[in-house]
Write a protein that binds this ligand. Structure first.
Ligand code: ATP
Length: 262
């Protein structure tokens, strides 16, 4: 079962320094009001230490995206404690949530690039949001080059392959050097090689730059990059394991080990 360490601060807006990028205690979440209320997360307790890659799996509808968007400060919530980068966000105003959100890199399956902008301009927009206009081009070219796209910086998305578009989206998520990266099915639209390149890059960031990465995926081929695998079932954290434990304790019919041990 998932660990349930003792709670620390839960006061709204409290800033405390912890070794975890994310610390969740007794978190519940419901959609809707009154008779239409539907609880989708139940008593979640979870730590994401700095520098770790954690993969979140679970059946469709188990609450993975909801949890990811709560951690990403994309939703307001009122029950339990959710500390993100030393900021308690339960009960935080929408305005304060935005400032937490600015410190997080988001990578989604649908890469949401602007078709009328070049790869570099798509990345530059993220730099502008941080108010850094003078360096936006150089920062963008640097990160795109690190991602193997130095010869594609001035191409528009329509002229890029699926894997290249996803790497532009990753460049956009990483250009401001966020300490926390949240990824929802980042490899779902990619072929095997592009998917592997993307997760190898994430692994490098976590290990060499101490970034924390939480990745939702159904892609068994990439489970091996995880320090831990958490499994959400019906809104509850059913397990929190290393890869080996996860493989040995989950139904072999639903997981083909050969698919993700590279
Ligand atoms: N905006 C919403 N309003 C009401 N219910 C919602 C809303 N968004 C999600 N839900 C419900 O919350 C539950 C959890 O949904 P969620 O998208 O978090 O699951 P998931 O594990 O990410 O699923 P999938 O793997 O299919 O993406 C589901 O029952 C879903 O129908």
């Amino acid at each position: 079962m998932a660990n349930s360490p003792s709670p620390e601060s839960s006061a709204s807006g409290t800033v405390t320094s912890t070794s975890s990028a994310v610390q969740i205690r007794n978190l519940n979440y419901s959609f809707g009001l009154g008779d239409l209320t539907k609880q989708v997360l139940f008593d979640i307790n979870l730590d994401l230490p700095r520098g770790q890659i954690v993969i979140m799996t679970g059946p469709s509808g188990s609450g993975k995206t909801t949890l990811l968007t709560l951690i990403g400060a994309l939703r307001t919530t009122h029950e339990g404690s959710l500390q993100v980068l030393d900021q308690e966000i339960v009960g935080l105003s929408r305005r304060r949530l935005v400032s937490v959100r600015r410190q997080i890199g988001f990578i989604f399956q649908a890469h949401n690039l602007f078709a009328s902008l070049t790869a570099s301009q798509n990345v530059e927009m993220a730099v502008e949001l941080q108010g850094q206009y003078g360096t936006k081009r150089s920062q963008s070219v640097e990160i795109l080059s690190e991602l193997g796209l130095s010869d594609r910086v001035d191409y528009k998305p329509d002229s890029l392959s699926g894997g290249q578009k996803q790497r532009v989206a990753i460049a956009r998520a990483l250009v401001n050097q966020p300490p926390l990266i949240l990824a929802d099915e980042p490899t779902a639209a990619l072929d095997k090689k592009s998917g592997r390149d993307v997760v190898t890059l994430m692994q490098k960031l976590a290990k060499e730059e101490n970034r924390t990465i939480l990745m939702v995926t159904h892609d068994n081929r990439i489970l091996d990059v995880a320090d831990r695998i958490i499994n959400l079932v019906d809104g509850r954290l059913e397990s929190d394991d290393t890869l080996d434990t996860f493989v040995s304790t989950h139904d072999p019919k639903s997981l083909d080990r050969r698919m993700f041990i590279m």
